[in-house]
Design a binder for this molecule. Structure first.
Ligand SMILES: Nc1nc2c(ncn2[C@@H]2O[C@H](COP(=O)(O)OP(=O)(O)OP(=O)(O)O)[C@@H](O)[C@H]2O)c(=O)[nH]1
Ligand SMILES: [Mg+2]
Length: 359
């Protein structure tokens, strides 16, 4: 009776390709239901119990597997930043629509199960029981197949999310941004625990990555971002991700400029992007640095000059970041902290206690 299909099906070329999620889910569910061990004194009692078990077990397995697909987005819940990244890459509402459709399928299967249990209870004999179980299997299978695209989409979104760092929304975050190849990743490697790939070509970094830096009681998250070309209407996915980080994750943006003669694009073009971001992101602290100071220092520039090659200017850079951070408005203190006893142990130096930490 089980409507089984192989979990992997050979394609025309003979190579194996993954089957749709629905096939795998139904395979598991029907297989488990087939293993039932019915009880009863008579054959008729055992037949009825077997049919009940098939309905209940297959439904329970399908529901559990579908809920596992949605639960990974709820426990732990997505941060606002993760939601923003997903919305920017896959479209606003895409995730919620798929979650809703899977949730709706679960509800329908529950309803179907209740109806079938009732029908099995009243079925007259082995033939009717068989018809009822087959009908239930068929209907449940069509509900699961209907959401195949959503299951595939949820898997894709989950992989995307897994490949991105999970940020602490309460920790101060430095987002390092700028044109491609200006030296962002080199700086992130110097400023934090991250080890990003550094190379002399644009778009080496294709997705955001995080490192950490302990400063006093604050543990900063330092975000490396893909380079942006400043064509906001034609931004590629990597650029869009950088922009999302600047808009949604940054406590402070570190805008990196490469002033070396022959830099591509030239400094004037980098300045244009910086000026646009300042207009578009009012109120967002943007600290500007000119990097590669070991190669070139622009005469007359009032910006901080730093070098990831020699470490020059990096202490001063952190000082400025801390200066900006300490002048920013703080959120309300947490009630627990207000009520904390006076002799409470002070946090260890460098031990992170979030935005509300003494500094
Ligand atoms: N001499 C010198 N070279 C640097 C410095 N910073 C970066 N570079 C070089 O500049 C090139 C680009 O550096 P990356 O850190 O990969 O630049 P990026 O901005 O992260 O590049 P994308 O990820 O492609 O956007 C590499 O060849 C680095 O070695 C620096 O301070 N001094
Ligand atoms: Mg990089």
């Amino acid at each position: 009776m089980a409507q089984t299909a192989p979990a992997r099906r050979p394609s025309r070329s003979g190579a194996e390709r993954p089957s749709p999620a629905s096939v795998e889910i139904l395979d598991i569910a029907f297989h488990r239901a087939d293993l039932s061990n019915p009880k009863g004194r008579t054959k008729a009692e055992r037949d009825r119990h077997r049919a009940e078990l098939k309905v209940v077990r297959s439904a329970a397995t399908v529901i559990r597997l579908l809920q596992a697909e949605t639960r990974r987005f709820r426990r732990p819940p997505l941060t606002d930043f993760e939601r923003a990244l997903i919305a920017r890459r896959f479209g606003e509402g895409t995730l919620d629509r798929s979650l809703t459709r899977v949730g709706r399928a679960v509800d329908r299967i529950r309803g179907l199960q209740r109806d079938s249990e009732r029908a099995v209870h009243h079925a007259a004999g082995a033939d009717e029981l068989g018809v009822e179980v087959r009908r239930f299997y068929g209907r449940m299978a069509s509900h699961v197949r209907e959401i195949d695209a959503d299951l595939a989409r949820l898997k894709q979104l989950d992989r995307f999310r897994e490949d991105r760092p999970r940020l602490d929304p309460n920790a101060p975050t430095l987002v390092v941004a700028g044109f491609p190849n200006v030296g962002k990743s080199s700086l992130v490697a110097r400023l934090s625990s991250a080890h990003p790939k550094v190379a002399d070509y644009p778009f080496t970094t294709l997705a955001i990555a995080v490192g950490h830096a302990d400063l006093g009681f604050d543990r900063w998250q330092v975000l490396d971002t893909p380079g942006v070309l400043g064509r906001s209407h034609r931004a590629n996915p990597a650029e869009a991700e950088a922009r999302t980080a600047v808009e949604r994750a940054a406590s402070v943006v570190l805008f990196v400029l490469d002033p070396t003669p022959g830099a591509e694009p030239p400094l004037e073009e980098q300045e244009e992007l910086l000026a646009r971001w300042k207009r578009e992101l009012p109120g967002r602290p943007i600290l500007e640095v000119e990097t590669k100071a070991d190669l070139f220092r622009r005469p007359g520039s009032e910006r901080l000059h730093v070098s990831s090659a020699t470490g020059e200017g990096l202490d001063e850079l952190w000082e400025r970041i801390r200066g900006i951070w300490s002048s920013m408005p703080r959120p309300e203190r947490l009630p627990e902290e207000e009520d904390a006893p006076e002799d409470e142990e002070r946090p260890r130096a460098g031990a992170y206690r979030g935005r509300h930490a003494a500094r």
